[in-house]
Design a binder for this molecule. Structure first.
Ligand SMILES: O=P(O)(O)OC[C@@]1(O)O[C@H](CO)[C@@H](O)[C@@H]1O
Ligand SMILES: [Mn+2]
Length: 450
């Protein structure tokens, strides 16, 4: 009996399908990412020696040997192994592995890279990278992806300057804006945050893909590539909270589940700035990753560094905006969280059970924005749904609050399309689901039935 990863008759994406995007990711892209990680550690050998002497050299050697072993396991489809670093979440990962082993009949091989769900093994790889680092003090707090993330920020300077200049202009005229002008400005910054998701170093396997030109100039030309646009529902959800309509104290809380550092994070901070300065929200809760993740995902270090860096910029509006963001943090208007759940393999429909302290937190939000492709994959369980399956159906009961995915497509999973829309795209551009060229603004509220 083959391990049954099927729900609603919809199987999990996996490398079992030779030639599939999952297969090519695990066969080619993940080993490339691992090789770059090994190179990064090797290139920092002298730095480790300067900082830690011989211990640094020994740690570098051991970490590389563990990562080379990991790469070999991956490339030769070896069994997935239990974690041995004894960290807070290791037990949860090892229980997850046991559950998967339980799904396999006695005559079946163990849980492995090319036979288990893609979402699981890809997340597992990043957690094993962290294990290789954690097991080797004194380099155990080294972020193997830091160079790529900071490079992406520095190479997007012109776009960041343009965005901060735009934001300053909007904030300056905020009081004169009519409702429809407010909505227009909201839409613009929502779109900038959406397209900021193109700048992800995992899909590019670490190749730089920073934002070069002004993000505002290309919005109109990108509109045709948005396959689902629920931005109006997002605006209605927010404005329903606004004091004018609701007569209540402005209490809107918006949670933003972040994705990539670099330019994308700046676009998320700019959107959050507008939400507060326009009165749509009183508090913004940002959710990042507790360990370096999927090459470019935001950690606490990235989050605070990005604000400091923007405040320290030799550009009037970057600096002004950067200081404003740091003030929001100091005042508690903005807060940053990094629950371990976000760096585990779970589909979000399992959050209430797996993270009973996180789900109620999100239930306090009036709107939760999920950035990026990996979050989308987890929202819909990384399953091979029909394109026309309802987004609400695919969420399989996950609904802490009204939510919206802002995602550029980089994996072959998509729901909520019109009849024929996916097939038409496939006939025109076979790689439309993985090129990052197309995007969705996909909304669901706990009340909506599809
Ligand atoms: O979540 P992000 O940053 O938008 O994308 C991360 C990601 O590119 O990594 C995987 C490929 O390795 C893809 O499934 C996924 O799209
Ligand atoms: Mn990412």
């Amino acid at each position: 009996m083959a391990a049954d990863y099927t729900v609603h008759g919809v199987p999990s994406l996996s490398a079992k399908v030779v030639g599939s995007f999952a297969y090519l990711t695990i066969k080619d892209r993940l080993p490339t990412i691992l090789t770059k990680v090994i190179d990064t550690i090797h290139r920092n050998k002298n730095k480790f020696f300067e900082e830690y002497g011989e211990k640094g050299i020994e740690a570098e050697k051991q970490a590389i040997s563990l990562l080379s072993k990991l790469r070999n396991e991956l490339q030769t489809d070896k069994p997935i192994l239990a974690l041995t670093d004894g960290r807070e979440d290791a037990e949860s990962w090892n229980q997850y592995l046991q559950r998967h082993q339980g799904l396999h009949g006695p005559d079946e091989e163990s849980v492995s890279w090319f036979k288990s769900p893609w979402l699981y093994v890809e997340c597992y790889m990043y957690r094993r990278i962290q294990e290789a680092i954690w097991l080797n003090p004194p380099i155990n707090d080294f972020d193997v992806f830091n160079e790529g993330k900071t490079k992406s920020y520095f190479e997007s300077q012109r776009a960041i300057m343009a965005l901060c200049t735009h934001l300053e202009g909007v904030n300056k005229s905020m009081k004169e804006l009519s409702d429809s002008e407010l909505q227009d400005n909201f839409n613009k910054l929502l779109l900038v945050s959406l397209w900021g998701n193109k700048c992800d170093l995992s899909i590019s396997a670490g190749q730089e893909n920073s934002q070069k030109a002004s993000p505002l100039e290309s919005l109109d030309s990108l509109q045709p590539f948005i396959l689902v646009d629920d931005s109006k529902s997002v605006w209605l959800t927010l404005s329903a909270q606004r004091p004018a309509q609701s007569g209540k104290e402005p209490a809107a809380r918006v949670d933003i589940v972040l994705d990539n550092a670099g330019f994308e994070l700046v676009t998320d901070l700019a959107l959050a700035d507008f939400l507060v300065s326009s009165g749509q929200a009183q508090e913004i809760h940002f959710h990042g990753k507790s360990i370096p993740w999927f090459v470019s995902d935001v950690t606490a270090q990235d989050f605070h560094w990005t604000m400091k860096q923007t405040a320290a910029a030799n550009h009037r509006w970057m600096s002004k905006v950067g200081f404003q963001w740091m003030t929001y943090m100091k005042k508690g208007v903005w807060s940053y969280h990094d629950h371990p759940f976000w760096t585990q393999p779970h589909e979000f429909c399992d959050m209430a059970a797996e993270a009973p302290d996180l789900y109620p937190t999100l239930q306090k939000a009036d709107l939760v924005l999920f950035k990026g492709d990996l979050n989308y994959r987890k929202l819909v369980g990384d399953r091979d749904w029909d394109f026309t399956a309802g987004f609400h159906t695919a969420l399989r009961g996950f609904g802490p609050a009204p939510l919206c995915s802002l995602r550029t497509l980089k994996a072959n999973v998509q729901v909520g399309l019109q009849i024929g829309q996916g097939e038409k795209l496939t006939s025109q551009e076979p790689d439309w689901m993985t090129s990052g060229k197309y995007a969705v603004i996909q909304f669901d509220s706990p009340k909506s039935e599809q």
